[in-house]
Ligand binder design. Structure first.
Ligand SMILES: [Zn+2]
Length: 249
């Protein structure tokens, strides 16, 4: 799951396009080669009722050019445990076709700096999730009962994961290669998952606090209810994207 407070991106520019023009743009996008599709197109979620959520292609020069980077290409010692590529997630089935993790380049570089700072302390970064295509957020929303939707992002707004500016991560022990124990498991939506809560053992809280401290030092901000979720500080500069993993080079 993910944070539910992603910012609504009101796109006045969209009103200048007819539905037909938007459809033509979308059709053109689908036939572009993947690098062009992922890097030059601007895709944004437009407002609507939950039953009418739709997506439009919106040229938008006010947002930074999308530049998703595969994290392990910057540092292959960052470990991955991509839960949404397995059945081991709250949806109970794989939601990603590939076990890969991407972030916008500045965020990916910041995460590498975190990883290298932790090395001298005997830890490395373990990534559960990074960029998430908008269509996956839409599936989460559609299949979550209304009473539990506080835990999932509203697709009308998109999320910081959709912008490639949020990462879910933990620490692994460099000696053993194992994930360290934290106060809760990843995606445990209980009060015990609070980033500054008192749950867990002293050692579990020490590891959680160490992760937060080093992440904050490199420009990330923790989600108060999820010790594992961090937003990159400049997330507003990046667009909501719906490029599937297999189309990212
Ligand atoms: Zn998250």
């Amino acid at each position: 799951m993910e944070e539910g407070e992603a910012e609504m991106r009101q796109s006045g520019r969209y009103s200048r396009f007819t539905a037909g023009a938007a459809a033509l743009l979308l059709a053109a996008l689908l036939f572009l080669p993947p690098p062009l599709c992922g890097r030059q197109a601007r895709q944004a979620v437009v407002p609507g009722t939950p039953g009418q959520v739709r997506q439009a292609v919106v040229p938008d020069t006010s947002l930074r050019r999308a530049d998703l980077v595969e994290i392990v290409r910057l540092d292959s010692t960052i470990r991955l445990d991509i839960r949404y590529a397995t059945s081991g997630n709250f949806m109970g089935r794989p939601m990603y076709t590939e076990a890969r993790a991407f972030l916008q380049r500045p965020a990916a570089k910041a995460l590498v700096r975190v990883h290298r700072k932790l090395r001298s302390l005997g830890y490395g970064i373990l990534v559960f999730d990074g960029y998430r295509p908008w269509r996956v957020t839409k599936k989460f929303w559609d299949e979550t009962p209304p009473s539990q939707r506080a835990f999932v992002a509203d697709p009308r707004k998109g999320s910081r994961h959709n912008r490639g500016c949020a990462v879910d991560c933990s620490l692994y022990d460099l000696r053993t290669g194992r994930e360290v124990l934290m106060p809760t498991a990843y995606d445990a939506f209980t009060d015990s998952a609070a980033a500054r809560g008192v749950s867990g053992t002293l050692e579990e809280r020490r590891c959680r606090d160490l992760l937060r401290k080093v992440m904050e030092g490199e420009g990330f901000r923790v989600e108060p209810n999820e010790w594992w979720h961090f937003d990159y500080k400049k997330w507003r500069n990046f667009p909501v994207l719906d490029v599937p993993f297999e189309r990212i080079p």
